[in-house]
Design a protein around this ligand. Structure first.
Ligand code: ATP
Ligand code: MG
Ligand code: MG
Ligand code: MG
Length: 569
């Protein structure tokens, strides 16, 4: 690629809403541009990285025996009624009507569609096991899109689904995918952990998340130092025997007045680790009685919270009608209000933990349960330090090593779904005995666009991105110095450009004219994170030398022109 013709789009300014480094750098390096909240266009440099991530994923999945398919992003709503998930996913679903007034959704995930394919195409156990995947755009109307493509509304996911005649086959394929995922994240050059996870809204039994370790991550991971146990925080907390969980430290004072001041006082009194500006619902429980009073502190806009409160009422069977009514009344009492409200609800404390995993978010800090009913886990859990105080140094649930807590970015998630979707959609095959048998299913997701941001979070410095070689937009950058004055410099640079490409490298030749200074060219290459840089100058060529600099090293070195290619290899 020639820089003179390339849409480099590097900028100096970072947008005000960019708080984490990867978001800032993706804008500055010209990888993405925001179209609207949670919607991003990928410019050429970003697209190059994305394509490389996709290529590695495809290679490893194909190697593991999975087959690529492509399913529509727009899905008939009936399919979601059939699976029974339409209400559960309501908050995140983009609903669409066609010209005939028929209901569709823009797919947030594809279990329903793939199960429909399976029930039509698979007839016999002889066709199983089978593993089908796609790399496709999803839309989830995230409560709080943020951090650029890390939590966007439209994003690209690799989603795969396997079908089986029995549990043993499902377990084997689950292990196969676990291994394939490990290879994928290794090849991507990421520092990651596979952690035990809850199954959340997907349902099913076994589940692991693949978490890239980064302080900017939204998830907390508990892992055993000196052992092999690793789990996301909800899972680790839920597995701990009740006696090991931290005892409640404070009595809760209940308020039922929608008074912002009272809420703030509560927040202060109990030192609740929430960001005050965040629209968050907090449930606080103390552990000493079965039916304990709990305050729900609801911040945020009316519509979302109504939905959440309804979900809360749905999930907790022990809640009486009166409680449900109370929730609704409170919600109704603050229509459109952005102010916080508080509410008393009888609650079985142990269910707090269950609820946490039902909704996929939560933590137990000092015996107080914090979680966000928003099932996208967008929860303010406080500082790592708070969690460390409670969990870290408890022995590991499997008894080997002691727990520590770090933050992570969820880049992959695998589940053993069992018969959940196959049963709901009636997806059967004939088994060996000739009997109709419900298929068992596994599902396997990777956040393809999120990986690009996660890779940057682990690889940058003050000058810009430092791509792992496997996903760099270009492997080599060539800067000809004062080319406008020296035909020889340009000639050598052109020759290098050709030879490097012939050797299989992606090369950016910075042939921009003298209006772009060498300093700017160097800065751009550092910013977009090209791993190898070659500078061709008259002075060097006098001795048959060029200058080489690796992006992750401070010093430049002189190398012989004739050795340029072998040096980079
Ligand atoms: P999160 O907990 O971050 O909301 P999730 O558990 O809802 O993610 P899954 O349903 O497990 O997501 O989807 C598979 C993968 O898709 C995730 O592991 C993540 O990498 C990616 N992903 C999910 N939501 C988003 C999003 N809003 N933006 C970018 N990537 C996402
Ligand atoms: Mg989510
Ligand atoms: Mg998750
Ligand atoms: Mg997940």
């Amino acid at each position: 690629m020639r820089a003179s013709r390339y849409l480099l789009s590097t900028v100096k300014e970072t947008p005000a809403d960019a708080v984490i480094d990867s978001h800032k750098l993706m804008i500055r390096a010209g990888l993405v541009r925001q179209l609207a909240s949670g919607l991003y266009s990928w410019l050429p440099t970003g697209r190059r990285v994305l394509s490389k991530v996709e290529k590695i994923i495809r290679e490893e999945l194909d190697r593991a025996g999975a087959q690529e398919v492509l399913m529509p992003t727009v899905q008939p709503a009936e399919l979601w009624q059939e699976s029974g998930r339409i209400d559960q996913m309501e908050g995140q679903m983009l609903r669409i009507k066609d010209r005939h007034d028929r209901d569709f959704v823009y797919g947030p995930t594809h279990e329903e569609v793939i199960t429909d394919i399976a029930r039509n195409e698979l007839k016999s156990y002889k066709q199983l096991p089978i593993n089908l995947y796609q790399i496709q755009t999803k839309f989830r109307d995230e409560f709080r899109p943020r951090f650029g493509v890390m939590r966007s509304r439209e994003f690209i996911m690799k989603d795969g689904y396997s079908f089986h005649v029995d549990q043993q086959s499902l377990s084997e394929e689950y292990d196969n995918m676990y291994q394939a995922y490990s290879r994928i994240f290794q090849r991507l050059g990421l520092d990651f952990r596979a952690v035990l996870a809850d199954t959340g809204a997907m349902g099913g039994k076994a589940s692991h998340e693949f978490q890239v370790l980064a302080d900017s991550g939204e998830d907390f991971i508990a892992y055993a130092v000196g052992g092999s146990y690793a789990a996301n925080i909800e899972q680790a907390e839920a597995l701990m025997p009740a006696g090991e969980r931290a005892a409640p430290s404070q009595e809760m004072t209940l308020v039922d007045t929608p008074d912002a001041k009272t809420i703030d006082q509560l927040v202060e009194q109990f030192n609740l680790p929430i960001e005050k500006t965040v629209k968050t619902l907090i449930v606080e429980a103390s552990e000493d009685s079965e039916h304990e009073l709990i305050a729900l502190i609801i911040r945020g806009d009316h519509e979302l919270n109504e939905l959440k409160a309804e979900k809360l009422a749905q999930v907790k069977a022990p809640l009486t009608m009166a409680d449900e009514a109370a929730i609704k009344q409170i919600i109704g009492a603050a229509p459109g209000s952005l102010g916080p409200v508080a509410l008393k609800v009888p609650f079985i404390v142990d269910r707090a933990v269950t609820l946490m995993s039902d909704f996929g978010a939560g933590a137990n800090i000092d015996g107080k349960h914090y979680f966000n009913i928003n099932w996208d886990r967008d929860v303010a859990l406080g500082e790592v330090a708070d969690l460390r105080n409670v969990v870290a140094g408890d022995p590991s649930p499997d008894g080997v090593g002691t727990l520590d807590i770090v933050k992570g970015i969820e880049v992959g998630h695998i589940f053993q779904l069992g018969d959940k979707y196959a049963k709901a959609l009636n997806a059967n095959v004939l088994d060996q005995a000739g009997k109709a048998s419900t298929m068992l299913m596994g599902c396997y997701g990777i956040g393809v666009t999120r990986i690009v941001a996660a890779a940057i979070e682990q690889n940058f410095d003050e000058n810009g991105i430092k791509w792992p070689g496997a996903i760099a937009p270009f492997h080599v950058g060539i800067v000809p110095l004062n080319a406008h004055k020296s035909p020889q410099v340009m000639e050598v640079a052109e020759k290098l450009y050709q030879e490097l490409q012939d050797a299989g490298f992606d090369v950016l030749l910075d042939d921009r004219d003298k209006k772009t200074s060498p300093g700017v060219k160097f800065a751009d290459m550092e910013l977009i994170g090209i791993p190898h840089r070659l500078v061709v100058s008259d002075r060097g060529l006098e001795n048959g030398m060029i200058e080489y600099k690796a992006r992750n090293e401070a010093d430049k070195v002189e190398i012989a022109l004739s050795e340029a290619i072998s040096h980079i290899k």
